[in-house]
Design a protein around this ligand. Structure first.
Ligand SMILES: Nc1ncnc2c1ncn2[C@@H]1O[C@H](COP(=O)(O)O)[C@@H](O)[C@H]1OP(=O)(O)O
Ligand SMILES: [Mg+2]
Length: 547
């Protein structure tokens, strides 16, 4: 008797988003069909043993869990945005959605995969909900979870008690590690985006022996159409479900399954691929919306060094990984500020979606991410995501900019230039006119936006790594660092490629300006605090001043 194993894989034909929404789930399913035959005669029956590929049922359970959790979050976000009661700083709706999403995912996974060892590493724990003060919130969460389960028409679920919800949340207490199988969950990734009404994701990955083997990213607000420059899909519909299994490619389907994308009850699925651009001038890049989460200055210096022309696309959460996996942009740069430790749930699902779409995810030194060390990722100074072709030059650009020990020619000229500013102090008059001086040192294109330079040349502090020089008046360096920048400080820098970027300032609000191509929001925040104004008002003033 001979046994032949036939691997059959329906290949999804997809050149990008919107190009082909005609594939059905059945067509992309990968199956192993073991066909047993008798070599001699054909009288014996043909036995077909159809066995699922690894992680098939885990993937189905993860998609179901993330989809339901997304439904719960959408409901809360909608109420949050409509509510007059909750201010944006009110954390309670977020809390309810976070816990609710975690409870739902945990409940569904345990129910769908009863025979598997069950371990989840997740962001929330039930400590606060077990306190007297948390009882009201716990009741709301339980209601929300039950309502969401009830809305899943195709199946009936038992009604969960508050104790069931607490137990489901506490499943997430696992520490992960290099041994065995662990689910990794961020119940709401990008809480800031969630509260703002922008992007967020429910991110669920599975680790096996420390490696990510599957990932699901539910992005309720991400358009099905590309958010990059080359928009191919005409739909306005939002809600994307990205998923990937190791060795099997990355896929996208509509999260809601609306009539447009769910014809005849067949869910349309496309295989996604990262963009294969190799010319940085044609590449666009993603970064955090929140400057507090990732250094916009550093990514812009790297992009500039690399020759990227397009402005950054700033969105919250791992939706960036999803968007990159389908080629909306070619690069994702993430440089958290000093002291922040990356968590595995913020990258597990996103990284497998991107790698299965043909991309690469490394830390800023080019090392692959190691998910086997427990809750945290030991990354060296940031995370870089891109395609195979761009990665080498991207790492080179990062190394040149991020390594203070290897100054580039431009950095050296920046030092010389900054020294010249100090010695040229006398050139500036008391009307805030540093213009003549400035022309000598840089392109002069932005000179008129610099505003007042007077008096503020005194101490020059140069940090070659960031290519920033800061010029302070009578302030000491400690004060300067504390203030970041502000009315007493002119910060200029970023590349010295001809465009000088300045925050000019005076003691009076009226005479200050933020010039150059980039706007540093820390100034606005700082200023808003100082004058007790709303940040928007301050920015508006500036906008007006620049016009
Ligand atoms: N100070 C911080 N620096 C970097 N990342 C942060 C910081 N605080 C929270 N995060 C996490 O960064 C991720 C989102 O980053 P971004 O949207 O900027 O890409 C989220 O996981 C968010 O946590 P959370 O999941 O609690 O929102
Ligand atoms: Mg997160």
């Amino acid at each position: 008797m001979g046994t032949a194993t036939i691997w059959w894989r329906a290949r999804a034909i997809s050149a990008g988003v919107g190009s082909d929404w005609r594939l059905s789930e059945a067509r992309i399913r990968k199956r192993c069909i073991s066909v047993s035959t008798r070599s001699s005669c054909c009288s014996s029956p043909l036995t077909l043993i159809v066995s699922s590929m690894p992680y098939e049922k885990e993937l189905a359970a993860a998609k179901k869990a993330a989809t339901l959790a997304a439904r719960l979050c959408q409901k809360v976000q909608k109420a949050l945005l409509q509510s007059d009661v909750h201010s944006k700083s009110d954390k309670s709706p977020v809390t309810v959605a976070d816990y609710g999403s975690q409870a739902l995912v945990s409940f569904i996974l345990e129910r769908e995969l009863p025979s598997e060892p069950f371990s989840i590493v997740a962001e929330e724990d039930s400590g606060d909900l077990r306190k007297e003060s948390g009882q009201e919130t716990l009741k709301r969460i339980t209601e929300l979870v039950n309502d969401t389960l009830a809305s899943e028409g195709s199946e009936s679920f038992p009604t969960l008690t508050t104790d069931d919800v607490l137990a489901a949340i506490d499943n997430g207490k696992s520490e992960g590690g290099p041994v065995g199988q662990h689910w990794v969950l961020d119940p709401i990734d990008g809480t800031k985006g969630f509260v703002r009404g922008d992007q967020y994701a429910i991110a669920l990955g599975l680790l096996h022996e420390g490696k990510v083997v599957l990932g699901v990213l539910a992005c309720p607000n991400l358009p099905l159409a590309s958010i990059g420059s080359n928009q191919l899909h005409s739909s306005n519909e939002v809600g994307c479900l990205f998923f990937a299994k190791v060795g099997d490619g990355a896929f996208l389907q509509a999260l809601g399954g609306s009539t447009q994308t769910k014809l005849f009850h067949v869910q349309m699925i496309i295989q996604v691929h990262v963009c294969d651009v190799d010319n940085p001038e044609e590449a666009s890049f993603f970064e955090s919306f929140e400057a507090a989460h990732s250094s916009h200055d550093l990514s812009s210096s790297i992009a500039e060094k690399l020759g990227v022309k397009a402005p950054p696309v700033r969105i919250d959460s791992q939706a960036k990984y999803g968007a990159l996996s389908r080629g909306d942009g070619a690069i994702y740069l993430r440089f958290p500020h000093k002291g922040y430790r990356e968590k595995i749930w913020d990258h597990a699902a996103g990284s497998i979606v991107v790698t299965e779409a043909g991309g690469i995810v490394t830390d800023a030194a080019g090392n692959p991410l190691d998910f086997s060390k427990g809750k945290f990722l030991d990354v060296v100074s940031g995370i870089i995501v891109t395609n195979q072709k761009l990665m080498p030059s991207l790492l080179r650009a990062k190394n040149m900019i991020g390594n203070p020990l290897i100054p580039s020619l431009k950095q050296i000229s920046a030092l010389v230039f900054a020294a010249a500013i100090v010695s040229a102090r006398g050139l500036m008059n008391n009307e805030g006119n540093g213009i003549g001086h400035c022309k000598a040192g840089c392109s002069g294109r932005r000179v008129n936006e610099f505003g007042r330079w007077r008096r503020y040349c005194g101490v020059v502090w140069i940090r070659p790594s960031a290519l920033i020089c800061r010029i302070a008046g009578k302030r000491s360096m400690t004060q300067l660092k504390r203030f970041h920048c502000g009315s007493h400080v002119i910060a200029c820098g970023a590349g010295f490629t001809g465009l000088l970027w300045c925050h000019g300032g005076d003691d009076e609000a009226s005479s200050n300006c933020v010039g150059g191509r980039r706007r540093n929001f820390t100034v606005a925040e700082w200023w808003a605090k100082k004058v007790g104004e709303k940040e928007e008002n301050y920015l508006k003033q500036e906008e007006d001043a620049l016009i």
